[in-house]
Design a protein around this ligand. Structure first.
Ligand code: HEM
Length: 167
């Protein structure tokens, strides 16, 4: 049997690239549950996993999301993209959704409050969606977000709210 403390020391995760370090509070894998709603649909509950990952040599965070029906585990919406900080301190995110919709989001962050607020600058290949906003907050080790959208028939209002824990 190996003596306690023998072997290699635990490896520390490498420091993030300085260009994404202010968003390091997002990094890691998060899992939790959310609720979807909109005036035109029946509300629903979903499970969700988010992964924010990066390589220390690249000034960008990779983002993947997958969701499933809370009751059955059947896959629902998924999306993936890239997050970066611009030289002016703003945040820029590109996202491809499993529905075929493409988004460019721009906004701001607060590293102390651990918040990111994004508004769509471009929504492409969408039949109904005109605008999307996304607001994230990390607090007490939990990540919460609200996604709002405006469609051709309905003004900007919440579609998704979720609370996830770091796993
Ligand atoms: C409905 C967009 C994310 C599940 C809709 C509708 C739109 C939409 C346009 C139809 C609303 C209407 O007809 O008035 C979006 C956008 C998303 C997003 C832009 C991301 C930014 C998600 C996610 C899930 C989801 C993550 C699942 C976890 C649903 C469901 C409906 C719906 C179940 C109702 C479908 C139906 O009743 O036929 N969404 N969605 N959506 N969405 Fe999303």
């Amino acid at each position: 049997m190996e003596a306690a403390g023998a072997g290699s020391p635990p490896s520390q995760p490498p420091a993030p690239h300085p260009a994404v370090a202010p968003l390091a509070f997002l990094l890691g894998k998060w899992r939790g549950e959310g609720e979807g709603s909109f005036p035109t649909i029946s509300s629903f509950r979903y499970g969700e996993e988010l992964l924010f990952s990066h390589h220390p040599s690249k000034p960008v965070i990779s983002y993947t999301q997958k969701t499933w029906k809370a009751a059955s585990g059947e896959p629902m919406h998924a999306e993936s993209g890239y997050w970066r900080l611009r030289p002016d301190g703003s945040v820029e995110v590109v996202i491809a959704q499993s529905t075929g919709l493409a988004e460019v989001q721009k906004g701001s962050y607060d590293a102390e409050k651990k918040t990111v607020t994004l508004q769509s600058e471009l929504v492409g290949n969408a039949s109904k969606v005109k605008q999307i906003t996304r607001a994230f907050q990390v607090s007490d080790g939990e990540l919460s977000y609200v996604v709002q959208m405006a469609t051709i028939t309905t003004s900007l209002q919440p579609h998704l709210k979720a609370l996830l824990k770091k796993i």
